[in-house]
Design a protein around this ligand. Sequence first.
Ligand code: DAH
Length: 356
Amino acid sequence: MNLALTWGGFPAIASAFPMKEQIGSIETDALAHIAAATTERGLDDARVAVLGKKGSLTLASAGIKDVPKEDKAAVGQLLNAARAAISAALDAKQAALREIADRAALAGIDPTLPARALPLGALHPLTQIRDQAIGILRRMGFVLADGPEIEDEFHCFDALNTPADHPARNEKDTFYFDSGKLLRTHTSSVQIRSMEGQAPPIRIIAPGSAYRRDEIDATHLSVFNQLEGLAVGSDVSLPDLKGTLEYFFRELFGTTTEVRFRPHFFPFTEPSFEIDVKLQIKGQAPRWIEVAGCGMVDPAVFDAINTSRKDRAYDPQTTTGFAFGMGLDRLAMIRWGIKDIRLLIENDVRFLRQFA
Ligand code: DAH
């Protein structure tokens, strides 16, 4: 830019030239300060000194009002050019200082090292088997139901046709509270609560904890997990029970799994069966393993429900149903060849990690 040539000989020369020089020296000065800054703080001071409210370039810009009209545009351009150059220098220096700071922060760190692995959680084997069992049964139209773990004797025993002298009610086998309530010994109590609350047809499953005063050993805990099922309607038959549970266990253990029903006794079903599946556990010869109890709901249970409901919604003449119950801990132990039930509650990550 050669202002001397352009403005030579004009009266404006007197005011335009000092302004040009002033701007030039402000710019030179500012660029020197910017170059000299070694910290972001120092750089900011340099910025304020030139571009701040009372900065040198800001004050100089105010002087444009005294520049003759015909020179205003040229001086204005000079001011803008100086401002742009200074701003660019500030930005560049800022980036350079940041980079230096970043490098210092990273000194001694190897950014090419692999990142630390994020520990991922996994579902507990009991949760896995429970969810899978629920999934299969829901596909067959069963809906989830639940009931209290602190039960009364009616729902846990009496309504389930389990008389007062039945061994299951023995104080030595069950946890009783002073109030007479008890920790439910099985999830079958949920059958009763469901039928009390709903007229047939009914198709429910109830997974949950059950409690017994068992000696704790490799196959017994005082709290374990059951899954109960109940289907009641006007035409529910033994073949329905058989088909449902055969299908269930084949879905769970493999479609070629053999399933057998062995006559048994439960107070709340008649006839009653225990279900065995023939399984090959790793490293063992195939053998029959008991996995569930089941049967056709005993008419005495329907009678108890009707008394409790004060109606005849479960008329034993026209109502039939089947029920089943299984231990989820046991299913998990079979599925994964777990030899000690206590592993399921110890929360040892060396054990749990295997199910991730
Ligand atoms: N409640 C039984 C138990 O804890 C399991 C059971 C057997 C449940 C037969 C049932 C059933 O619903 O029909 O051993």
